[in-house]
Ligand binder design. Sequence first.
Ligand code: TYM
Length: 326
Amino acid sequence: MKKRVYSGIRATGRLHLGNYLGAVKGMLALQDYYDCIFSVVDLHTITVPYDPKTLKQSVREIVLDYLAAGLDPQKCHLEIQSKVPQHTELAYLLSTIYPVSRLEDLPTYKEKRAQYPKYVNMGLLYYPVLMAADILLYKAEVVPAGADQEPHIEVTREIARKFNSMFGNTFPQTERFETEGQYVPALTGQGKMSKSLEGSFINLTDDLETIRKRLASAPTDSGTLSGQIPKEGGVANLFMLLKLFESDSVYNKFEQDYREGKIRYSEMKNVLAEAIYNELKPFQEKRMEFKENSELVDSILDTSLAECHRMSEETMREVREKMGLR
Ligand code: TYM
């Protein structure tokens, strides 16, 4: 049997370059070789404030992004998490074997608690258990995801070990699949590119003008410094993006300019904007085609869903039996 691969993205708006480079590129690399399930995790989306009126549309946008990016329904299954209720059933069962204290210590929980102090709900604390259930429901051994997901994947391994020791060998030890862009920095110069940080991201659907504008407001230094490229901050982040989108020779030219103290950031940002847009243009064209063909998208989702139900029910029958529930 082929190894299983699972990954998911929350429906918090359009995909940005961080999602694309950290997660989707990994999905694309794996779909040719493994049995893959790629999800829109709407149940994770609702752990922070959201608008129920637009959630369905947001889920659809991510499905379009997936298809346009090249996830091929002939090679992988596309899932909408809430349509496979086995996720929540397994999450509940797994929550009974995992300590609350460990969940309270996880970085995402602490971050979100600080970000939404009036919205600290059970779902937020439970988030990593649901994520472990997502992965283990399909017994996935590989998860293409950004570096920020590592603590959650560690939780998944811990839960799998605990389950196996209590109820007999059932789940694999999951590993994260790392891409070159596993950590895409924010345009703001601090932290990672993130949908919740205004000014930090470029969306996959942005046109050239928007990309230019977004890059224009990314901070730089005075331009007269010489020496090594700094390890963090606006300049470091621009160089990191340049490395991800441009050839070595273009990167080396700007690096040399920097070292010699003659860098012109407007020129560098222009080159970077075009390189990013050139990578996104075919995606945007394909997205338009899928958007106009909603029957095709619906039928892709229906076929995938049936297969996801079959696979997840197989695991659940085993889990219920091992836990003495059948
Ligand atoms: P989410 O929706 O925050 O992000 C989706 C994917 O994008 C990656 N990512 C990044 N990678 C590199 N640089 C960045 N700046 C950047 N920003 C986001 C994330 O690492 C992620 O891979 N908990 C997950 C969703 C999830 C999931 C799962 C993932 C639920 N169940 C099971 C994998 C397997 C999340 O919030 O991702």
